[in-house]
Design a protein around this ligand. Structure first.
Ligand SMILES: Cc1ncc(COP(=O)(O)O)c(C=O)c1O
Length: 428
């Protein structure tokens, strides 16, 4: 039992009707096996901690994969959701609600979107990207009658699992079982400005409908686009009438210490995209996504009847997102994310541990790059000692904790890393 495991475990409970083992067995009989066996069955959370069915406590340094920005069971978020559900829980999109309208206005404000910009609300990241892909398809007429059929994405990109978003996702193992996927997508080498320029060269620039980019690739291992790449992408898309679509599903809504990652001058260079997609942290744990269309041209690509969703704009989801944004502002969490992230990355790097090759990231989206492909082993040991982390590549540990994490709590994981055997790569 380590320091993280504060609650005494009852040996009888471990094999009992409410144990992790029992629930895991039932999971296997009831749920499709798309995710593999669950690592634990969790029963409650509070702040940055979660507890499993056996009573063990874990410091949640993954935050539901960059979702639980306010931690678990945040009182303001819980109250906002409960109040909205008790007042008006769901309506159809034949009607509107004040929370939906207020959320769209808040999003346009935090995005610093110009006059004429508009929002489409979704329920997830893949749906937001699906809508953005449809916007790209509507950007179909080039000069001189050219057809804009090409959509450029990057190697390593992850944009979701529905068919359109999957077509934009580069990993062959995710894509190939589901082909044929929507066509026209081309994958360019990550961060390679010359390759991007070449895709627009030789008179082919007017056939590009959109360029889809993550400012920092999350699933690929927290890889920021190199400085200047987004600026060049903006120049090329603008010159040729293509849309610049930024997938900020993982990086948006404060995760990097700015509302949107591309708002960091060193990442975005001051550019304004045509479209930004959001989800994950937007609702602080409640499922909600959004597409922000910047300016009238982008905002009118999807006309009446050309897109829709039953739950998008749901009043409860909108209230959750408004409450999450409100707490981030009220509690100064953007500054905290920036400060804590910088301090923590520095502290881990300063360990000089031979297993740690590099620590990178922005705000509280952090990668600990290992010197050997032992990320799964490190994550498994971490879980055993009460930390939830994610081996997002064979040699990368991803951290995306709640914004309410304190230095003291973060430091407990630094200590865990410090104590890792130096020869883990050799013995694993
Ligand atoms: C950058 C990015 N885009 C899209 C998605 C898909 O979002 P969702 O899982 O909500 O469909 C993810 C999820 O990991 C993501 O990281």
């Amino acid at each position: 039992m380590t320091e993280q495991h504060l609650e005494p475990q009852d040996p009888a409970a471990l094999a009992g009707a409410d144990s992790v083992a029992h629930w895991t067995e039932r999971y296997g009989h009831a749920l499709m096996d798309t995710f593999g066996a669950p690592q634990r069955v969790l029963v409650r959370g509070e702040g940055p901690y979660v507890w499993d069915a056996d009573g063990f406590r874990y410091l949640d340094l993954l935050g539901g994969i960059a979702v639980n920005s306010l931690g678990h069971a945040h009182p303001t978020l819980t109250a906002a959701i409960s109040a909205q559900l008790g007042t008006l829980g769901h309506i159809s999109n034949f009607f509107a609600s004040p929370t939906q309208i207020a959320l769209a206005e808040r999003l346009l404000a935090v995005a610093d979107a110009p006059e004429g910009s508009r929002v489409f609300l979704t329920n997830s990241g893949t749906e937001a990207n699906e809508a953005a892909f449809k916007m790209a398809r509507r950007n179909s007429e080039g000069p001189g009658g050219a057809r804009r059929t090409r959509v450029l994405a990057l190697e390593g990109a992850f944009h979701g699992r529905s068919m359109g978003a999957l077509a934009l996702t580069s990993k062959a193992a995710y894509r190939e079982p589901f082909e044929p996927l929507p066509g026209g997508v081309e994958f360019l080498p990550f961060g390679d400005t010359a390759a991007l320029e070449a895709a627009f060269a030789d008179g082919r620039g007017d056939t590009v409908a959109a360029v889809f980019l993550e400012p920092i690739q999350g699933e690929a291992g927290v890889l920021p686009l190199p400085p200047g790449y987004l600026v060049r992408a903006r120049e090329l898309t603008e010159a040729h009438g293509a849309l610049l679509i930024l997938d900020e599903v993982q990086t948006g809504m404060g995760r990097t210490g700015a509302w949107l990652a591309h708002q960091h001058p060193h990442l975005g260079g001051g550019i304004r995209p045509d479209v930004v997609t959001l989800a994950k942290g937007l609702g602080g744990g409640f499922p909600v996504g959004a597409v922000l269309a910047y300016g009238e041209r982008a905002a009118t690509l999807l006309g009446r009847g050309q897109h829709g969703t039953t739950f998008g704009g749901n009043p409860v989801a909108s209230a959750a997102a408004l409450a999450t944004i409100g707490v981030i502002e009220r509690d100064g969490l953007l500054a905290h994310v920036t400060d804590l992230g910088a301090w923590w990355r520095g502290a881990i790097a300063a360990l000089g541990h031979p297993l740690v090759a590099e620590v990178r990231g922005e705000g509280l989206l952090i990668a600990v790059q290992l010197t050997a492909p032992v990320a799964a082993e490190v994550a498994s040991r971490a879980l055993g000692e009460g930390f939830v982390v994610n081996p997002c590549t064979p040699s990368t540990i991803r951290l995306a904790p709640p914004f309410v994490l304190t230095r003291e709590q973060a430091a407990t994981f630094t200590d865990f890393l410090a104590a890792l055997p130096h020869d883990l790569g050799v013995t694993a």
